[in-house]
Design a binder for this molecule. Structure first.
Ligand code: ZN
Length: 299
């Protein structure tokens, strides 16, 4: 997992403690994925997350899902050989968010309309079949009050027409819940928000565990883990999360603990452990005292 040039880094990492070293290996698995497993596998199987010693991967193509079953044991060996320890026990196929295909061009919808406008325009033309009406009637709760029952029934009919219209225009289920979302989207607004929170938390974890990674390296790791959100990984995003992580590390800092100090300096200066000299640490800590931003979110 390490090139020869990284040997110094490797011993510096070990000096920072076993946990830190193992964490680094876990991340190295993501950003060295291609060199560990080779191009053929890397082109078709993406590592998405590591839970204890189980690696979850995303595989978009059906033939490769089958192929994977035969290659699985070999991949586990490759990973553990590269890490020079038993980093993982098994690999499972996890949930994969595949971007849906763009809507076909044979519709006559003008491109300037938003998905909601397209639906609003076509909704008056959508009617329910007798079977669909019957299904709504069968599924509606029995309500004594006539007026209330009528209102509920009308609401159900409107919702059914709306969904029918959406399906007609290529809407599909959100990747994690039942709501219908426009053709080009993967998640509904609510799930998107939750995913984004998770995405930011994952970036914070990466920064905490491998503090010296550059923006490009972090982005590459996120591309493996949460490809559906990587377009949300702006330099500003990473910068702001890094600043939050630095604040957290500074807040909880035990000044007698050299490892904590080093981690803080690495996160703040984006320096690998082999570049941490006493002088660098001293100067950085002095600067940090004046430069610590306040406020912000927690991860
Ligand atoms: Zn959803």
């Amino acid at each position: 997992m390490f090139s020869t040039a990284e040997q110094t880094l490797k011993s510096s990492l070990k000096a920072l403690g076993k946990d830190f070293y193992i964490n680094y290996l876990r991340h190295a698995l993501f950003f060295n994925w291609r060199s560990i497993v080779g191009d053929g596998i890397a082109d078709n199987i993406r590592p998405s997350r590591l839970e204890r010693k189980t690696l979850f991967v995303a595989i978009d193509s059906a033939p490769w899902r089958t192929e994977f079953q035969f290659k699985k044991a070999g991949i586990v060996d490759k990973i553990n050989d590269a890490a020079e320890c038993k980093l993982i026990d098994e690999i499972l196929i996890g949930q994969s968010f595949k971007a849906p295909a763009p809507p076909s061009n044979d519709t006559n919808e003008p491109e300037r309309l938003t998905p909601d406008e397209i639906i609003a325009n076509d909704l008056p033309n959508i009617t329910l079949t007798d079977e669909e009406l019957e299904e709504i009637l069968n599924n509606s709760p029995s309500i004594e009050d006539d007026q209330l029952r009528t209102v509920m029934l009308e609401t159900s009919k409107t919702r059914a027409r709306l969904n029918k219209c959406r399906l007609k225009h290529g809407w599909h289920r959100c990747a994690t819940c039942e709501l219908l979302v426009p053709p080009e989207e993967i998640l509904c607004d609510n799930c998107m928000l939750k995913e984004l929170e998770q995405f930011r938390r994952a970036i914070a974890d990466v920064i905490r565990e491998v503090p010296w990674l550059t923006y490009a390296e972090i982005r590459r790791e996120m591309e493996n883990r949460m490809p559906h959100l990587v377009n949300q990984c702006y330099p500003e995003t990473v910068l702001s999360i890094r600043s939050t992580v630095v604040q957290q590390l500074a807040r909880s800092l035990d000044v007698r603990d050299q490892r904590q100090i080093k981690r803080l300096v690495m996160a703040y200066r984006q320096l690998p452990p082999d570049q941490l000299t006493d002088d660098v640490i001293k100067r950085t800590m002095r600067r940090l005292r004046f430069d610590l931003p306040t406020g912000g979110e927690d991860y």
